[in-house]
Design a protein around this ligand. Sequence first.
Ligand SMILES: Nc1ncnc2c1ncn2[C@@H]1O[C@H](COP(=O)(O)OP(=O)(O)OP(=O)(O)O)[C@@H](O)[C@H]1O
Length: 892
Amino acid sequence: MKDSGDSKDQQLMVALRVRPISVAELEEGATLIAHKVDEQIVVLMDPTEDPDDILRAHRSREKSYLFDVAFDFTATQEMVYQATTKTLIEGVISGYNATVFAYGPTGCGKTYTMLGTDHEPGIYVRTLNDLFRAIEETSNDMEYEVSMSYLEIYNEMIRDLLNPSLGYLELREDSKGVIQVAGITEVSTINAKEIMQLLMKGNRQRTQEPTAANQTSSRSHAVLQVAVRQRSRVKNILQEVRQGRLFMIDLAGSERASQTQNRGQRMKEGAHINRSLLALGNCINALSDKSSNKYINYRDSKLTRLLKDSLGGNSRTVMIAHISPASSAFEESRNTLTYAGRAKNIKTRVKQNLLSVSYHIAQYTSIIADLRGEIQRLKCKIDEQAGRGQARGRLERGDIRHIQAEVQLHSGQGEQAEMRQLREQLISAFQEQMDVRRRLLELENRAMEVQIDTSRHLLTIAGWEHEKSRRALKWREEQRKESYTKDDSEKDSDTGDDQPDMLEPPEVASARESIAALAGEQKKLHKQKVSRVWGAAGGVRPGSSGYTCCVTLLSSLTSLCLICLICKMGAVMLQPSWGRWEDFQRLQNSTLPPLSTESEAHRMFKASPGAWQVKSSSVPTPPPIQISSLVTQEGPPQDSLGSRIISSPDSSENLSEVPLSCKERKEILTGTKCILVKAARRRSQALGPEGCHLLAPATEHSSLSLHSLSEAEDAQPPGPLACKRPPSPMLQHTAREDNLSSSTGEAPSQAVEHRSDGPRPWPRGQKKSLGKKREESLEAKRRKRRSRSFEVMGQGLSRPKTHLLGPCPTEGMSDHRMPVCGHPAPGIRHLGKITLPLAKVRFPPSQNTGPGDPSRPAIPPNPAGTSPRVTRGPHLPHGTSTHGKDGRIRHN
Ligand SMILES: Nc1ncnc2c1ncn2[C@@H]1O[C@H](COP(=O)(O)OP(=O)(O)OP(=O)(O)O)[C@@H](O)[C@H]1O
């Protein structure tokens, strides 16, 4: 260990404090002779000067003294501490020595300044408080060791005030000249409170005796020493240790024997006090004389030996001189001021007590142990702080939970019952809704079954009508052949021959009856569904908006189902083998396969050569079949229901020659047209904008109104497009309405007329002339018919058209011409046109018979010439069916 650090000269600081004049002094008649002129100057008046003394007339009666700082009776303890001692604390911590001592005559306030009272603590207490506060502030980086000792020099003997039992102690000087008190008690602590308790204990041990000058006169010099060792917490091979010492000395007061009136022990004490103070004065004189190189005799007294460093060595020293302002203490005050003034010239050489400690490698283990201990200490500190934070957090969370629980308890009691009630109501409403849905599904299932049965019966009836028409045609052919061989008279006589009646098969009659029953059931189911929806809607009444919504919903569903049914029926009827009675028989005995998926429907259409005509891409769901007209309308007589079915492609033109069949067919077509238009409208309404958007590609072609249909019929070249033009692959289900409607009106005749012109487009300008020709031809045919000729009168269909179609479906539905999803209906009229070729095209008689006519399938003859009853079904001769390029069926 070695000392290091630079030294510098430090002037001794001298402060003067003038205490208040005491009551005793006032009683003695003393006057104030010490006055503070400014912060540094004090004037002392000489009370003994006689103004009448001529010899001293020109001498000044007052003398001024300059100090570093001066205090009078107005100064507080804090002011004295701040101005004298506080600045020393930082130096002590940094390794500098410092000394504060109170000097002055007895009873002038030295003990008051240094020790103070309980209410006005002195420099001891204030200094220690600030010292430990400064150590605490830098303790994270620096490690401190603080030790304290408290002694008195009484009668030139040193006593340990912290442990008086130790007896008198000796002063020793080490090799470096540092004065040490051998065996003194040094209490190491960094607790300021503990040091203060020790200080109080030591003061009680200090020798105080009342004298005439001071009731609490200190008969000894008290020395409080505080040593501070500071080192960095960062361990290194070279460790710096800074050691500073602070001396705070309360000297005993110089006294005069006459003043103290001491006798005996008190006089002896005073002698020792004065001797030590004299030695101190001599040292101060010697130290303050800059010019002289006098020997400083510190060894004259233990006080000067102890204050060796403080006076002339390595220390920042502050001397606080005390005087009484009373005129009675003029001599003591003047001497004190003189000594204090001299001390002001004393300079000390101050240097930092810096000790460099180089550790041996063997000491590393202890250093490591110290470091580990330090790490452990820091960990404990962190854990302690974290635990404190967690405890605080738990406390806060506990408070929050407690508050929440209270809030829930108070506010939730009323709301819980209400919430429970609402929940029960919600659950019951949900269950009721599910029940209604289930019942509706059951009704839907039943309605689907009814629809399937109805469609099956309708197919049966349609098959029979077809067969009947075919037999009638065959019979007329035979009759015409026979008529060529007979003369006119025989012809006239044969005009009364009618076509033999064909007995209706029992299954057809049964189908008609079943259809009637099923229609009633359909109606009943529909009413039930509507009532269910009303109930589910919570009391929706007819005529209200809710009612409209319900009906719309149901209608939309049923319309979709209907569309599926018609597509399916169309696909079946366009089978190559369709038109034979056995096909109807086969279909009658089999249930309609449901179009469960779009792919299935696609397969079905593909399987048929004519499937492209009816392929519907917009109906992917299984078709719950429902014919609205049978349910929602008071339909035509049930016996005509069979005639509503779409005619067989092969026989449609021949059917027109049968008045009753033609009428029925028109009714069927009209009714179907009405249904389809309604279905399309309801589907559009049900789907709404979103559905329209989704179905836009399809509806663009399938949206249809009668108006658009009629326009289409007018604008579109009928015959060739219907018969020979390759069909569009984008055929839609509703496009069949176009076909159906055209089959009931002028289009067929136009097609017939146009057929002779080849596949050129139909010119609009020729329509009127063609109409005229058609009328003429019709008239001629009538005449022929009256003359018992058997020419086919396919054009006669145009006559009942206005009667059948006029008011009811066409005009009525023309109001429903609506653009679906914003797409105008006319834009789709050329697309998706399903052509049932033979139902649309009427052939003139001259062309009907030619088997080689490619535009029309030849009607297979009945070589057996049997009656319809005998020849129906499997007995009908037929060749191999082939398909023309226009998709129509040919029988070879
Ligand atoms: N500044 C002051 N303000 C008020 N009272 C004071 C002041 N200074 C001293 N006194 C009072 O004067 C009396 C004597 O003071 P004190 O004992 O401190 O003198 P002293 O110099 O220590 O005497 P001694 O040398 O005999 O110990 C005390 O009662 C003290 O309360």
